[in-house]
Design a protein around this ligand. Structure first.
Ligand SMILES: C[S@@+](CC[C@H](N)C(=O)[O-])C[C@H]1O[C@@H](n2cnc3c(N)ncnc32)[C@H](O)[C@@H]1O
Length: 276
């Protein structure tokens, strides 16, 4: 509980939706439509942003009309993207009340409130029924979770038999001096990176079958380096994650990239199945 309080405090900032909508109107004019495409430069809060969400869509392959669970849904960018582009229903669960409030405003602004439902709660005690969801996904959340088996047990419980869970997150790489703050944590006190082998073992231990388990670091590193160089050269633009997290995100993103460049973290993409 203490960890969750500190994690929610790290992310929670007042007035997120208002800042986002004002910035979009400044950039595109007062009549500009608020669409998932227009929002996508700032509401996918994970490394490589919308590019990574598109890869997750390709991995998860949802079918129209299905029910998806987004564990740690942030301000709802990926949930709205799935709902709009794949014509599915998404339930997003997130710990941070300010993120849930922003997600609800943006769901209404994009006309997706009937397809995206947001619940404020913990991934460790998901406020959802057993055996309900066709598919689930989680992007860059588990780095905040100390009890990873409980996270996976809850995802397993929420999925229908035969349902699949897609995961995209950072794992621990080589030992070394990890730089903080990073986008998910101010200090090591709320950052919990498992090794890829530990992640696999935890997934198998709760009953998942592993369909895909890829270390994508070699493929993602060039974009991470380009983005870090751009941030160091140009600083923050008008539209970006700083509208959610404030200007310190600049230092956080640069540190995260440097950790990855030094081999201290690895990007992992996995697809696991609850047996039918
Ligand atoms: C880096 S953000 C990623 C948000 C979203 N998945 C995305 O990609 O846009 C991490 C998110 O995990 C959420 N989170 C962290 N610990 C959580 C927990 N125990 N239960 C639910 N959400 C959690 C945070 O509130 C935050 O929204």
């Amino acid at each position: 509980m203490a960890i969750e309080t500190d994690v929610a405090r790290h992310y929670g900032k007042a007035g997120i939706a208002e800042r986002v909508l004002a910035a979009l109107h400044d950039a595109h004019g007062p009549e500009a439509l608020i669409t998932v495409d227009a929002l996508s430069v700032l509401d996918h809060f994970h490394g490589r942003g919308i590019v990574a969400t598109k890869e997750l869509v390709a991995l998860l392959k949802p079918k129209p009309g299905e029910h998806l669970l987004d564990i740690g849904s942030g301000i709802g960018g990926p949930a709205r993207w799935f709902a709009a582009k794949c014509v599915v229903f998404v339930t997003g669960v997130d710990l941070t009340p300010e993120f849930c409030a922003a997600a609800e405003v943006l769901n209404r602004a994009t006309g997706l409130a009937d397809r995206v439902t947001i619940k404020n709660g913990s991934a460790l005690a998901l406020p959802v029924a057993d055996n309900f969801f066709d598919r689930a996904y989680s992007q860059n959340v588990i780095m905040n979770i100390a009890d990873k088996r409980q996270f996976y047990r809850e995802a397993f419980r929420a999925l229908k038999p035969g349902g699949v869970l897609a995961l995209s997150n950072l794992c621990r790489g080589a030992a070394g001096d990890f730089r903080y703050p990073v986008p998910w944590a101010e200090t090591a006190a709320t950052s919990f990176l498992a090794t890829p082998d530990e992640m696999r073992a935890d997934l198998l231990a709760v009953g998942f079958e592993i369909a895909v388990f890829n270390d994508t670091t070699a493929g993602t590193l060039p974009a991470t380096i380009r983005n870090r160089e751009r941030l160091e050269r140009d600083g923050l633009g008008a539209l970006g994650i700083h509208l959610i997290m404030g200007p310190r995100i600049l230092e956080m993103q640069i540190n995260s990239a440097r950790n990855q460049e030094a081999g201290l973290s690895r990007t992992i993409e996995a697809l696991v199945k609850k047996p039918a």
